[in-house]
Structures are given as structure tokens and as C-alpha cells.
Design a protein around this ligand. Sequence first.
Ligand SMILES: Nc1ncnc2c1ncn2[C@@H]1O[C@H](COP(=O)(O)OP(=O)(O)OP(=O)(O)O)[C@@H](O)[C@H]1O
Ligand SMILES: [Mg+2]
Length: 453
Amino acid sequence: MIEFLRLIGHRWRVIVATVVLAVSGASLYTYLTPPTYTATTELFVAIGNSSGDDSASGIGAAVFFVNSRVKSYPDLVKSPLVLDPVIKELGLDTTSSALADDVTASVADGTVLMDVSVSSESASQAATIANATGKQMVSIVEDLDRSSTGTSPVKVTVVRPATVPTSPTKPVPWLNVLIGLFAGLGLGLAFAALRETLDTSVKSDTDVTEAVDLPTLSMIPTNPQVSSSPLVSAGGANPVWAESYRRLRTNLSYLDPDRPHRSLLVTSSLPGDGKTLTACNLAATIAQSQKRCVLVEADLRRPTVSRILGLTPDVGVTNVVTGNASIEDVVQHADGFDVITGGPIPPNPSELLGSQAFNRMIQSLLARYDNVVIDTPPMLAVTDAAVAATSVDAVILVAQAKRTRKQELRKALDGLDAVDANVVGVVLNRMPAGSGGYYEYEYRPTTGKRVNR
Ligand SMILES: Nc1ncnc2c1ncn2[C@@H]1O[C@H](COP(=O)(O)OP(=O)(O)OP(=O)(O)O)[C@@H](O)[C@H]1O
Ligand SMILES: [Mg+2]
């Protein structure tokens, strides 16, 4: 039951969409279906006046005869014997077998009353055909059962002629919509269950553990204000979002209190997972705890740090590693922490990041700062992050909630394991609001109190 409710919670959009589609389809079908009218005439089958035997046994035999005869009349109504004369009389452009599809006849159990119903797209036509069919039945039955004396033991009378129906019998709008609703609900649930089974993306810390057996260091919520205010240290940052980076900082400090990891490399499986934003905000959060921190941009292929932090992209890592500048020449200042951007884009980023010179640069930075945070390209695209990972104390893997697939996360970890990198945990980025997790509390600006949900 809980699984079922969770499925509805996760996939309610697809369920609602399928229901809306199915109901719209049913409504359209109802609208496009031409209306069908049904007219019914009622016939009464009685004992005729053939036998002249008024004794009890004579009447009993006649009643028995009528009752046994009447059972075959519904089939008789649909036969060419009855319908051909109707077609001829009314000048219809059809055949008896086609008309038989529009005719139904029934005798209620234990009675001698027979209903003959005719369906047509025209209400008046339905009534006309029903009445003509009833009239034909009266004369055909009498002809069929006429004895040698010229009289029939059975007499059929029209007791209720068909009248022109005022409303159609088909389509039934409410029934079609109801069928559409239930069909949509069933289909939606089946579709949702299928998507849930096929979805291998990481959505929770449990998924992370299942995929790579690493702890989730923090879950960063999606912050819609990130383009205008990308740093937690800038005034007015979303408090829930800022708290998630503080949690990352705290959890990193818990990993090995005796030998704190001072150089931290941030990478992920694929482009756009949020490596750069995580690295920038990790550096800003570390700086908030009165530590000297430098952010190093080791994504030399698509550098974005300068744009995010409003710095110059002209000089940076490339100049230092190639020996053309010193750290002092390239270091810039952001909100509470220092930054070395990528600098000019080199033709051989992997070689630069795997070089002794890059390693020496990191060691020099560790002599000046408490922490070095390194932003890198994605693992599954290029080897840059893996080669740079050999120069640091700890590697943090960023996964994008509901996007990064378990196998992609595993592949990234395999690449890092292959170079013996010390991968310490995963940051689950872009967690949708309302998806649960420990960061889930709201800030009430009016009272200034955080309320745990
Ligand atoms: N928690 C978040 N809330 C809202 N937007 C986010 C969040 N994390 C990342 N983004 C947005 O997603 C986009 C990609 O983020 P970012 O540049 O940090 O990813 P990346 O992994 O460094 O990408 P690349 O591999 O291209 O370097 C950016 O526009 C960023 O603002
Ligand atoms: Mg990036």
C-alpha cells in the first residue's frame, strides 16, 4: 500500500495526464459519434379462433401451442420473410441482412408480449420501420400458422405502436466519460508503474548507496534564484539551500577528524550535474567558517567559474602550470575566498592536469590555505578529473537527482577507483522541493523560525 501511494506521489503527473487524455478522447468520440435512435413496438401473441374447441383441454392445447410458437418469433422478426416486405413497402435502400442488424426482438420470460426494436440514425425512420415490421409480423404469423380450415391458431396484435423517439439511445455521454475516466486511471497507473520500473535515476540517498555504496554527504535542493544569486554567501540566499552546503561542509569534517581532507576535488558523471556550482558554494561555505579557502578551476575545456563569480577569465591555472605566471599573479578574490580560474584554454588539458607542475601548484596552495576546492569536467566525457584526482585528498561525486542514472554514477566511480582516488561521498544535487530528505524544512520570514516538517 505504501509502495502504491509512493508510486502515485512520484508519478501523479503522468497519471493525471493519461486520465485527461482518455477523458478528452472519450468526449471527442462521443461528440463525433452520430446519434442512434431506437423505436419499439409491442406485439401481443394470443390464441386464434381456429379450433372451435372450447373445452378445457382444447384451450390448454392452444395455450401450449402459442407458448411454444412465441419463442421462435424473435428470430422470425429478423428473417427475410418479414424484412423483405418491409424494405419493399418503405422503399428502403438496404438488404434484409443489413436491416436485421438494426432490429432486435425479445419475449419476456413467461409472457406472450414481444418487443420489436429498430435502431436508426433518423428518429422518424426508426419508428416507421418498427411499425412496418410489427405489421408484417401480424400477417406473416397468421399466414404461417394457417391451417387447412383457413384459420390460424395464433393471433398477433400490435398493442403498442412505436412512437418517434425524442432522445438518442447512443452515444451515452456520461457512460463514455466514465469509461474514459476508469480506462485512463488504469492506463495511467500501468504507465506510471512501468516508468518507475524502467527509471534507474538516483532520487534518494538509498539509491546512491545502492548504486555506489557511498554516503550521501548532502542533498542540495533546486534553487530557482541561482542565476541571479549563485553564491550562498551573497546576502539573501535561500536559507534551505545555504543549509545544505553547510551540511556538506560538516559531513566532510566528520569523515576523518584526525587527518582532515584539505584538498577537495568535485566531479560528476555528465555535463550540467552542478559540479561548478557545488565547488563554488563549498568554497564559500568553508570560508564562512573562518578558514582560508581557494577555489581552483580545473575545468580547462569549458571554464565557467569566472562568469559565475564575475571574475576575469584571462589568467589562471594554465599560466601557472606552464610556468608563465606565479600563484600571486593569477589569484583573484570572490566573496570571502580566493579563486584561480582556468585561464587560457590549452590544447592538452589532460596533460596539464596530470603533470607534476599541477601537483606542485596544489601543494603550494595547501601551504597557504586551509582548503583547496577543485572544479573539474565530467568523468564520462574526458579523463581530466581522474588525472587531477591523483593530486588531492578527497573526491566528491555530484549526482543530479532524477537525472543521473545509477550506472552512470557507477561508471564515474569506476574511473576514479582505477586511479586509486579517494572518493569520499556523493552530493545529490537539484533535489526537487517536496521530495523528502533532511533538508526539508521551511523558513518562515515573519517569525524567523524554521519549522521541521
Ligand atoms: N541546486 C541547483 N539549483 C538550481 N540550479 C542549479 C543547481 N545546481 C546547478 N544548477 C544549474 O545547472 C546548470 C549547470 O550547473 P553547473 O555549471 O554547476 O554544472 P556542471 O556540472 O559544472 O556543468 P559542466 O559539466 O558543463 O561544467 C547551471 O545553470 C546551474 O545554475
Ligand atoms: Mg562546470
